[in-house]
Every structure is written in structure tokens, then in C-alpha cells.
Write a protein that binds this ligand. Sequence first.
Ligand code: MG
Length: 255
Amino acid sequence: MKTTQLFGIVFLSLCSMAGAQAQTQIIAHRGYWDKLGAAQNSLSSLENAIKMGAYGSELDVWITKDGVIVLNHDASYQGVVIQTATYEELSALRLVNGEPIPTLQQCIDIAKKQNKTKLIVEIKPHATAEANVRVANETVKLINENGIAHMVDYISFSEQVCQELIKLNPRHRVAYLNGGKSPAELKAEGYWGLDYAWKVLKEEHPGWIKEAKALGLSTNVWTINHAEQMQYFISQGIDYITTDNPQLLKGLLTK
Ligand code: MG
């Protein structure tokens, strides 16, 4: 074999190794808020995630009594239950860094100004079946009205919310968070992918990433904040890692 051929083969092998690692994408969990004076689920954390070039910025949404979709992790904030409050009641509250509670519309307005970082919209399980259907429909309506469906992936712990999203449009990218469904079940039920806790994918069902990939499902793991765990999932060829420490993950992926 000629030396030039040998170099060519080595070069191509290195490229394919680098390519395999580069496949894993960064999702900033509740935005990129850690150590930056931002708050979780805030506009500044979304802006930070965009600035650092994340694939996606995850955010948690609820719908208020008067139909405004807002960001918050828990069902209530400072004692105010979002589902039974009006937006006006919530608008007086402040996040830990002084920002108001953002609406999904405000996040969309920021996301629309660029075309790289997606919104990873987690629709929280609401109190009733009707509320789950309502929040899924209103969220999709808002995203479609704004023309950014191509910039949104949906996730939820609620099977009902997920099924409503799939029913509204089978092409919606919907990933299930709750860990209880095998890749084959997800595929049969029309899901785009799985988004499971690290324990499910590493300890309980270490074969599921491969199985999901073979079925053409996307694979995402939460919430991975340490380098060693990140390396493990990168080595498994996972598509997305959801993390509170996107900068650490970025460093590992660009090494
Ligand atoms: Mg979430």
C-alpha cells in the first residue's frame, strides 16, 4: 500500500471517529442558567443557550386559567397555582434574578431571531384530562401561528399530552420522558423518540439506545451534569444530552 493511501485511510478513520462523537447534541436544561446570573426557565437562560450554540433550550410550560402559556417547573410559583391563576396574577411575581415569569410567546420571539437553537418544549402534566388536551392544543396553536414548528421539539411525562400532540400532527417531534415504554412501543405509538432518565438508559435498559436507533427513534438522556456520565452517553452514540452544564458538554464534544 502506498504511503498516500495509508494516510488517506487514517484520515478518513479519524474523520469518522470525530463524526461519531460530534453527533451528540447539547440541550440546555431549563435554558443555560448555571453560574450566569440567569434563572431557570427565564428569557436570559434561553438567550444564554442560544449564545453558546446549544442544539436546544429546554423549557417547562403550563397554561393559566385565562389561556396564557407560561414557563415554570412546578405546578405553582410562590404559592400561586398556575393552572388556576390568571396571567395578571402571575405577572407580579419575580424569578430569583428579578425577571418576570416568561410567556412562551416571549421565548418564541427570541427563538425566531435565529435559526440554530431549538425550543425543547416540555408540556407539564396538568390536573385533568381536559386540561392536558387544552394545553397541548394551545401550545401547538401558538407555535404554528408563529411559524416556528420546525424549531420545536415536544417532550412530556404525560402520555395523554404526547398522544394529543401526535394526533394533532403525526410529524410533530414528540419524545416521551417517563421511561416506561420500550423503543418498540414508542415506535408503534407514533413517537419521534425517547427522552429518558440516565438510570433507565444506563442501568435498567442499557440496550434501549441501540434499539431505539435501529427503529429510527431519536435518543435523549436527562439530566447529565458530570463529565464521566457525559462521556458514557457520548460513547453510546446518544443523539442528545440534556444538561444543566452545557458548557462542560460543549468542551467534551469539541475536544
Ligand atoms: Mg423540564
